[in-house]
Design a protein around this ligand. Structure first.
Ligand SMILES: [Zn+2]
Length: 111
Protein backbone atom coordinates (compact mmCIF):
# COMPACT_ATOMS: atom_id res chain seq x y z
CA UNK A 1 0.00 0.00 0.00
CA UNK A 2 1.18 3.48 -0.83
CA UNK A 3 1.21 5.91 2.04
CA UNK A 4 -0.29 9.31 1.34
CA UNK A 5 1.75 12.46 1.63
CA UNK A 6 1.18 14.56 4.71
CA UNK A 7 -1.87 16.78 4.08
CA UNK A 8 -0.39 19.51 6.26
CA UNK A 9 3.18 19.88 5.00
CA UNK A 10 3.24 17.59 1.96
CA UNK A 11 6.02 15.39 3.33
CA UNK A 12 6.53 12.01 1.67
CA UNK A 13 8.05 10.43 4.77
CA UNK A 14 4.79 9.48 6.45
CA UNK A 15 4.32 6.15 8.20
CA UNK A 16 1.43 4.17 9.56
CA UNK A 17 0.93 3.24 13.19
CA UNK A 18 -2.21 1.51 14.53
CA UNK A 19 -4.53 2.89 11.89
CA UNK A 20 -3.09 6.37 12.02
CA UNK A 21 -0.83 8.02 9.51
CA UNK A 22 1.92 10.03 11.11
CA UNK A 23 4.17 12.69 9.61
CA UNK A 24 7.63 12.76 11.21
CA UNK A 25 8.37 16.19 9.83
CA UNK A 26 5.53 18.25 11.26
CA UNK A 27 4.03 15.75 13.70
CA UNK A 28 0.62 15.72 12.05
CA UNK A 29 -1.47 12.58 12.69
CA UNK A 30 -4.57 11.61 10.80
CA UNK A 31 -6.65 8.55 10.02
CA UNK A 32 -7.38 6.95 6.69
CA UNK A 33 -11.05 7.66 7.31
CA UNK A 34 -10.45 11.39 7.45
CA UNK A 35 -8.74 11.29 4.09
CA UNK A 36 -11.78 9.69 2.50
CA UNK A 37 -14.02 12.35 4.00
CA UNK A 38 -11.86 15.08 2.61
CA UNK A 39 -11.86 13.54 -0.85
CA UNK A 40 -15.61 13.01 -0.90
CA UNK A 41 -16.42 16.21 0.89
CA UNK A 42 -17.49 19.31 -0.88
CA UNK A 43 -15.12 22.22 -0.65
CA UNK A 44 -17.13 25.41 -0.64
CA UNK A 45 -15.27 28.67 -0.13
CA UNK A 46 -16.76 32.03 0.69
CA UNK A 47 -15.78 35.34 -0.91
CA UNK A 48 -12.68 35.52 1.29
CA UNK A 49 -11.58 31.97 0.57
CA UNK A 50 -12.69 30.61 3.94
CA UNK A 51 -14.18 27.13 3.85
CA UNK A 52 -17.87 26.94 4.70
CA UNK A 53 -19.52 24.07 6.53
CA UNK A 54 -23.08 22.85 6.84
CA UNK A 55 -25.06 24.89 9.33
CA UNK A 56 -22.89 28.00 9.00
CA UNK A 57 -24.37 31.47 9.00
CA UNK A 58 -23.27 33.77 6.21
CA UNK A 59 -23.81 37.34 5.05
CA UNK A 60 -24.56 38.27 1.45
CA UNK A 61 -21.87 40.68 0.20
CA UNK A 62 -23.67 42.16 -2.80
CA UNK A 63 -27.22 42.66 -4.02
CA UNK A 64 -28.36 39.49 -5.74
CA UNK A 65 -31.13 39.52 -8.30
CA UNK A 66 -33.62 36.74 -7.83
CA UNK A 67 -35.40 35.25 -10.79
CA UNK A 68 -39.14 35.65 -10.41
CA UNK A 69 -38.92 37.90 -7.36
CA UNK A 70 -39.69 41.60 -7.42
CA UNK A 71 -36.68 42.64 -5.39
CA UNK A 72 -33.10 41.59 -4.91
CA UNK A 73 -31.52 39.97 -1.90
CA UNK A 74 -29.80 42.95 -0.36
CA UNK A 75 -26.16 43.17 0.51
CA UNK A 76 -25.80 42.49 4.22
CA UNK A 77 -28.65 39.98 4.37
CA UNK A 78 -27.84 37.30 6.90
CA UNK A 79 -28.55 33.69 6.00
CA UNK A 80 -28.60 31.06 8.70
CA UNK A 81 -28.07 27.35 8.62
CA UNK A 82 -26.76 26.88 5.09
CA UNK A 83 -26.42 23.52 3.36
CA UNK A 84 -23.66 22.73 0.91
CA UNK A 85 -24.54 21.28 -2.47
CA UNK A 86 -22.69 20.51 -5.67
CA UNK A 87 -22.84 22.76 -8.65
CA UNK A 88 -22.49 26.36 -9.67
CA UNK A 89 -24.87 27.55 -6.94
CA UNK A 90 -23.31 25.62 -4.11
CA UNK A 91 -25.22 26.91 -1.10
CA UNK A 92 -28.74 25.74 -0.39
CA UNK A 93 -30.50 27.96 2.12
CA UNK A 94 -33.61 29.80 3.12
CA UNK A 95 -33.58 33.57 2.83
CA UNK A 96 -36.05 35.57 4.91
CA UNK A 97 -38.67 37.08 2.64
CA UNK A 98 -37.59 34.97 -0.33
CA UNK A 99 -37.84 31.38 0.81
CA UNK A 100 -35.62 28.45 -0.14
CA UNK A 101 -33.02 29.14 -2.77
CA UNK A 102 -29.52 28.43 -3.94
CA UNK A 103 -26.69 30.95 -3.77
CA UNK A 104 -23.15 31.07 -5.07
CA UNK A 105 -20.63 30.87 -2.27
CA UNK A 106 -18.51 33.60 -3.91
CA UNK A 107 -21.22 36.13 -3.03
CA UNK A 108 -21.32 35.43 0.71
CA UNK A 109 -18.94 35.63 3.59
CA UNK A 110 -18.86 33.58 6.74
CA UNK A 111 -20.16 35.38 9.84
ZN1 LIG B 1 3.70 16.90 7.81
Amino acid sequence: MTLPNCPTCGSEYTYEDRGLFICPECGHEWSAEQIENVEEGLVVLDANGNPLTEGDSVTVIKDLKVKGASGAIKQGTKVKNIRLVEGDHNIDCKVDGFGPMKLKSEFVKKN
